[in-house]
Design a protein around this ligand. Structure first.
Ligand SMILES: Nc1ncnc2c1ncn2[C@@H]1O[C@H](COP(=O)(O)OP(=O)(O)O)[C@@H](O)[C@H]1O
Ligand SMILES: [Mg+2]
Length: 445
């Protein structure tokens, strides 16, 4: 367990379609950290500007979809601290504005620029320890195509797939739809390669659905992934804790319930199912509007409206004995059964595969590995989220790890990763420059 009283930066928000959800995850982490540490909320707004300050921990300050609380700051590379931005050249130099020092950073930034290696890269340059995988692993896990490549190479079970590029779709839209039909029987799932929270995901049951689904997908991403629908069974998720080189630990499994929101996404897990607590959820996530800046909630034309429904037999079913239906805010607010009522054997296999996927991708910190189980009981790894909603704390609590302890464990993992990095030599001493300088005439190389 790390010593108490650490200055823990908690980054959330960001230029991502998951901006709103990330605020919820971030504020949950700030609260859990407050028991033992000094969390510093760092809000990255929709333009990419950073703000810091304790006022940012108030959910009410995001009522209009963003917060102007706290002060604008810049990440100081390579010193690893935050500088009040307007003070940089003036007040700071004259000693009137204090830089904000950080010991470690917790990333609660879901999706683009926050979960895909970008922010991780900035923190590497800043020399700050941070929670989560390093740049390469974060990028691989965020990109569904790279994830498929890594997991299938490791011999792990994934659904079949094909990838389409925006440029080729724009050149020949009919050809793209025909290629999908030639490869797979419908229904298929069409999804952006690098998004999350079901944004832009469509289930296409008829050939006439494909054009809309692809158009939507390519508005949101450059690469689109198409998969046959894995249906008739259940979806289950399992969270994993660890870091490369150390045997990871799996949490209890959950079965999220599709269609519980009664919203547009009935039939598969929609944005509303995931975050909006039966469609009635409060907080920033509820502000996402169809057709608005955030295309998430119900705004996916092909997605909700044409979803076949009823694919998940557990939707609306009676929870198995002992399973709890969750409630609350953020990812934690979705309807789910914990533990997933899939039997001891399948549970053990899901947990084993979750650890192997975590390991194959080189994950660190806490991830959530999501699975699709078909009607025959075959298990497919769907994806790995390296910054899972609510840090999956609702899966760790019933696994015997309270949220505050989970945060401490994540901080420990961040420091361990930092130490491991420090063991790698970056210096390669040569006489190249002195020899060149001695031999060279004048200043030319
Ligand atoms: N091949 C598939 N078969 C059945 N359902 C799928 C398939 N792919 C995605 N889904 C459904 O769509 C949801 C979102 O897709 P997912 O691949 O998890 O993307 P995201 O990163 O947006 O969560 C899943 O939770 C699942 O309900
Ligand atoms: Mg998913």
């Amino acid at each position: 367990m790390p010593k108490a009283g650490l200055r823990v930066g908690v980054a959330f928000g960001g230029r991502s379609v998951e901006h709103d959800v990330s605020i919820l995850t971030g504020l949950q982490a700030v609260e859990a950290l407050s028991e033992r540490h000094l969390p510093v909320p760092i809000y990255i707004d929709r333009t990419g500007a950073w703000r810091a300050g304790s006022e940012l921990r108030e959910l009410s300050s995001y009522r209009d979809g963003a917060s102007g609380a706290g002060q604008e700051v810049l990440l100081d590379i390579p010193r690893g601290r935050l500088l009040p931005s307007q003070e940089r050249g003036g007040l700071l130099r004259r000693g009137r504005a204090e830089p904000i020092e950080l010991d470690v950073v917790v990333l609660a930034t879901h999706g683009t620029e926050g979960e895909d290696g970008c922010l991780q890269g900035a923190l590497e340059l800043a020399g700050l320890p941070y929670v989560g995988p390093t740049v390469g692993a974060a990028a691989a896990a965020m990109d569904k195509l790279l994830t498929k490549a890594v997991l299938s190479t490791a011999g792990l079970p994934v659904a079949e797939w094909m990838a389409l590029r925006r440029e080729s779709f724009e050149r020949d839209p009919a050809g793209a739809a025909a290629a999908i039909e030639a490869r797979f029987e419908l229904p298929v799932y069409v999804k952006p390669a690098t998004l999350g929270s079901s944004v832009g995901v469509s289930r296409c049951a008829a050939a006439s659905d494909l054009a809309d689904a692809l158009t939507l997908c390519f508005e949101l991403d450059r690469v689109c992934l198409v998969e046959p629908a894995i249906e008739g069974g259940v979806e289950v998720n399992c969270s994993v804790l660890g870091r490369p080189g150390v045997e990871p630990r799996a949490s209890v499994c959950e079965q999220p319930i599709a269609g519980a929101s009664g919203g547009a996404g009935a039939g598969f897990l929609s944005f509303e199912d995931k975050y909006m607590n039966g469609g009635k959820g409060g907080g920033p996530a509820a502000g996402a509007k169809a057709g608005g800046a955030n295309p998430a909630a119900g705004g996916t034309p092909a997605a909700g409206a044409k979803a076949g429904g009823g694919a998940n037999p557990a939707a609306g079913g009676t929870p198995a004995a002992g399973a709890k239906v969750g409630g609350g805010a953020g990812m934690q607010g979705a309807q789910r059964l914990i533990p997933a009522p899939i039997g001891a054997e399948q549970t053990a296999e899901v947990r084993r595969l979750a650890c192997r996927a975590f390991e194959a991708l080189g994950c660190a910190g806490v991830s959530r590995v999501d699975f699709l189980i078909d009607a025959e009981g075959a298990i497919h790894i769907n994806e790995c989220n390296t910054i899972p909603g609510s840090f999956s704390f609702y899966l760790w609590e019933p696994s015997g790890l309270p949220f505050a302890d989970l945060m401490d464990e994540l901080i420990d993992l961040a420091f361990a990763e930092r130490s491991e990095k420090a063991r790698t030599t970056r210096v390669f001493e040569t006489s190249l420059l002195s020899e060149r300088a001695a031999a060279g005439a004048g200043s030319k190389v």
